[in-house]
Design a protein around this ligand. Structure first.
Ligand SMILES: [Zn+2]
Length: 763
């Protein structure tokens, strides 16, 4: 024997061992069933649900304690739609919630004879969605977690020979004759005979409909059977009461399985002999072969003959049973996707015909194959463009069977940005000032929204009150809510009025949006053009570039936007960056405040111009008018006169020298931070900090210049106090929650200064 032969034989043995070991007896199947009942007792709907849930996981609610929550949560769909996908699909928050809700309902309902039509405009990524979904279903269904069993009959010749001696004899005779013809050597012949006989012990008839072996138990016996098989646990309770398990008691096996069962029942005295012939093996899915998953394209011509037979197998069964009418081995293509997925890629041309053909199957749950009624319980999925809806008009009884699921353009700006990042690379982030990239997405999404929102108007009333943060159509507000975010600029009153009912109304409006405006393809094209024109090494893309692009360069695109939308977007940006600056200036920790106060208390006792080492903080202080003033501004505000300020300094010094230092600290042994004066100054400091945080931006020309000079040689010439403040601000902006770099933080602050936002923006 050559090496090649040996190697091939080895392979062959490996493969058949694997195949062999995967087919288990009915007894063994029942053992697997009792160990993991929830995995074994699953139809396609339950499996599909488990698949989605295993890839997507639990949703995240950003406001977990909100009593008005409608469970509109963030689902991470990347494992399902992006990872390992040929082409990724991006499910936005709205679509993800819609999909999960449908999948949960699909599992829980007993009435599963429906077709799920995903309807969305051109460029919404429907086919990418379906291809990825089916890819992941195939992967899951073939994995350990997704394995379900199907029936395979092993018709035992020896058992059947007892009732059919003659056929058996003729079979053995023929076999011997066959072996003689091969003129094999004695040893080979004995070996061959043995092995042939081994594999010839039974005829294998797999159920073409992939029936779960459980269905082989006669319907009337199932309740008693399961009652005895399972102990009284949660699963048993669910099995007997939950709608999702109704199929276990109501479904019948395919005509081939049931006629085999009946034929054997008539021939074998002991029904145990029948169950010994029932085996189980994993239901293997293969889209390319149409096993378990079939996808039709509109151009796929219908098959002339949709009746499948296997004459050789039919003859064998006939011989074995001694009757040519007992079992008819005949089925249709629908059997191949029974318990699996049957999908139509776009309902047009031949697929429109297929959809109509599904009419009977979906409403009756059966399909006629010649005179036989074939069971078809599949997950039917189709994709449809809105303009193809006319295909199913006039089929009233049919439309009741259709579950439409919208798959519109992306409406959630985080997802829209994720698409740009995925298409052009993560590095695009670095070319934008923070928020500007998201504002590009806001512009794109605005074109996809309905201009008027009844739900928002009912909630907010007059949009005018938010004119500083939001557009007159409240689209910017809606975008936030679609992202699961409640904007901070809402009044306390409106925040309270955002009840579960109102939230549901707002989210429901998304069902009618995302079919017009810029498509997914459009937005990629526009982004590409914009980005190539503006991305550069020495500067960041600002709001100015963004607005100019639409108002000067591409006025044609601007026409798609609601009037004043860009102005409102800029207003909203101004508000947001100003908040960031405020928070970053105010974001003083206690240590910083203590250092300021202790240094000040110590410094007021010395002449301006002197240099001292603070006994409390151990810091070297160059006592200048600027230094004292910068802290005084924090204590008593900007608008006081020079005289009042100096008066305050004198009073503080007097109080410190006469009481704080002598009585409290030296005599009383108090921590300086617990003295009366310190606590009073601390309270003033915090109060003013919140209130007057932007004052350095308004009236301190030095401060403003220092920001512009930040990170340059000139910056070193500023007073230490100003340098500290500016560095502090920039460092806080660079803290993770704001996503600024040193450069972008500086550019943003310069923007705030140049536009004089601190003065002009209402607080
Ligand atoms: Zn069957």
């Amino acid at each position: 024997m050559s090496n090649v032969d040996r190697a091939i034989q080895h392979l062959n043995r490996k493969i058949s061992e694997r195949e062999q070991s995967q087919t288990i007896s009915f007894d063994e199947f029942l053992k697997v069933l009792t160990v993991s009942p929830t995995a074994v007792v699953r139809n396609v709907f339950q499996t599909f649900h488990d698949m989605i849930r295993s890839y997507v996981g639990v949703g995240v609610d950003e406001y977990p304690d909100d009593p008005e929550s409608i469970n509109y949560v963030h689902y991470d769909c990347s494992n399902l739609f992006v990872k390992d996908a040929d082409r990724p699909f991006f499910a936005d928050r709205l679509f993800a919630n819609r999909l999960i809700n449908h999948v949960d309902a699909m599992k829980g309902s007993a009435r599963q004879n429906k077709i799920y039509i995903f309807e969305g405009p051109h460029g919404s990524g429907k086919s990418t969605f379906l291809n990825t979904l089916l890819l992941k279903f195939e992967e899951y269904a073939n994995s350990d977690a997704g394995t379900r069993y199907e029936t395979v009959w092993r018709l035992d010749r020896r058992v059947l020979a007892q009732i059919n001696e003659t056929q058996m004899t003729s079979f053995v005779d023929r076999l011997t004759g066959l072996l003689d013809e091969y003129e094999l050597g004695q040893a080979d012949q004995a070996e061959m005979k043995k092995s042939l006989f081994r594999s010839g012990d039974f005829i294998e008839v797999p159920c073409p409909s992939h029936d779960n072996p459980l269905l082989m138990i006669p319907k009337r016996d199932r309740r008693t059977f399961f009652d005895e098989l399972f102990k009284n646990d949660e699963f048993k309770w669910k099995l007997f009461t939950d709608k999702e398990y109704e199929w276990v008691f109501s479904e019948t096996p395919c005509t081939i399985c049931s006629s085999l069962f009946n034929a054997l029942l008539q021939r074998l005295p002991n029904s145990m002999d029948i169950y010994r012939m029932i085996h189980a093996r994993p239901y293997r899915f293969n889209r390319r072969l149409g096993e378990g998953i079939t996808v039709f394209n509109p151009g796929d011509k219908p098959m002339k003959q949709n009746v499948i037979t296997n004459e050789q197998l039919q003859r064998k069964i006939d011989i074995l049973l001694g009757d040519s009418n007992a079992v008819r081995h005949i089925y249709s293509n629908f059997a191949k996707t029974n318990n699996g997925i049957y999908a139509l890629m776009d309902v047009k041309s031949y697929n429109a015909e297929r959809l109509l053909e599904l009419h009977n199957i979906i409403s009756e749950g059966i399909h006629k194959v010649e005179e036989l009624e074939e069971n078809v319980k599949s997950l039917f999925i189709a994709l449809m463009n809105p303009e193809d809806e006319k295909t199913i008009e006039g089929f009233q009884s049919f439309t009741d069977r259709i579950e439409f699921i919208n798959i519109p353009y992306v409406m959630d700006l985080h997802t829209e940005v994720e698409i740009y990042r995925n298409t052009f690379g993560r590095h695009i982030n670095e070319s934008f000032l923070p928020r500007v990239l998201h504002n590009f997405a806001r512009i794109i999404i605005a074109t996809r929204m309905n201009r008027k929102s009844e739900a928002l108007l009912e909630w907010i009333g007059d949009p005018e009150k938010y004119a500083h943060y939001c557009d007159e159509n409240l689209l910017l507000l809606k975008m936030e809510i679609y992202c699961g975010h409640i904007p901070p600029w809402l009044s306390e009153d409106d925040r309270k009025r955002l009840t579960a009912k109102r939230r549901r109304r707002i989210i429901d409006e998304s069902e009618h949006e995302g079919v017009t405006g810029f498509s997914g393809r459009d937005s990629i094209k526009i982004f590409n053009e914009f980005y190539s024109a503006h991305a550069r090494k020495d500067g960041l893309i600002s709001m100015y570039s963004l607005v100019t692009y639409f108002t000067k360069w591409r006025t044609d695109l601007n026409e798609m936007l609601p009037v004043h939308f860009l102005d409102s977007l800029v207003q909203n940006y101004n508000y947001t960056v100003l908040q960031e600056v405020k928070e970053s200036l105010y974001y003083y920790n206690e240590d910083q405040i203590a250092r300021d106060l202790l240094n000040y208390l110590f410094a007021v006792n010395f002449e301006v111009g002197s240099s001292v080492l603070c006994a409390y903080t151990n810091e070297k202080i160059d006592i200048s008018e600027d230094f004292l003033r910068s802290i005084e501004v924090r204590l008593i505000g900007q608008e006081v006169t020079e005289a009042v300020r100096l008066d305050f300094r004198r009073e503080t010094q007097k109080e410190y020298a006469s009481r704080t230092l002598t009585q409290e600290i030296l005599a009383g042994g108090k921590d300086p931070r617990e003295t009366t004066l310190y606590l009073a100054l601390h309270e003033r400091y915090v109060h003013n900090l919140k209130d007057k945080v932007l004052e350095p931006f308004i009236d301190n020309a030095n401060f403003r210049r220092a920001i512009k000079d930040y990170d340059t040689e000139a910056f070193k010439t500023y007073d230490k106090r100003i340098r500290d403040d500016v560095s502090f601000l920039i460092n806080n902006l660079c803290a993770s929650r704001f996503h600024y770099s040193k450069q972008s933080a500086r550019e943003m602050c310069v923007y705030v200064i140049d536009h004089d936002l601190a003065r002009t923006f209402p607080t």
